[in-house]
Design a protein around this ligand. Structure first.
Ligand code: HEM
Length: 127
């Protein structure tokens, strides 16, 4: 049959747990919470859809929202190097919390880190 995707290996349950653990941290992070909505329910729903397809699962984000155009969708927000580091650190801690380990975690994390750098659209203050 078809090759297993990273999405198949992680599984939907664990991916959803990861996203929920991530946004719990975002909500508590002083550098991130100010640019996110108070209610992160819909944001988390979209991120679950996005990461499903990012990991090779069904294209459910695109089916509902169209092409991700992630950088363009982030332009309304000031994404500084400081905020990118904060995002990546929330994701790192969320991966620890849900015990996502091994080479798959390392690859997934490395890719997210690159994508986060790509989202930067504003210099840090005093730079
Ligand atoms: C949406 C911040 C990196 C995927 C958003 C929103 C903010 C944000 C403020 C809008 C939330 C809302 O209104 O619901 C950031 C910051 C980042 C970052 C500060 C630091 C670099 C990333 C990365 C990814 C990502 C690395 C993917 C791997 C998304 C998705 C959405 C989103 C899928 C929803 C887009 C939509 O409205 O359809 N982000 N983000 N973000 N972000 Fe990020």
């Amino acid at each position: 049959g078809k090759m297993q995707t990273p999405f198949d290996i992680i599984g939907e349950d664990k991916l959803h747990q990861l996203v929920d653990a991530f946004y719990t941290r975002v909500a508590e992070h002083p550098d991130l919470s100010p640019i996110f909505p108070k209610d992160l329910e819909e944001t988390a729903r979209k991120q679950k859809q996005f990461l499903t397809q990012y990991l090779g699962g069904p294209q459910i984000y695109t089916a509902e929202h169209g092409h991700p155009m992630l950088r363009a969708r982030h332009l309304p927000f000031e994404i500084t190097p400081l905020r990118a580091r904060a995002w990546v650190s929330c994701m790192h801690n969320a991966m620890d919390e849900v015990e996502l380990t091994g080479p798959l975690r390392e690859d997934f994390f490395a890719r997210l880190n690159l994508t986060a750098q790509h989202m930067i659209n504003t210099p840090d203050k005093d730079e």
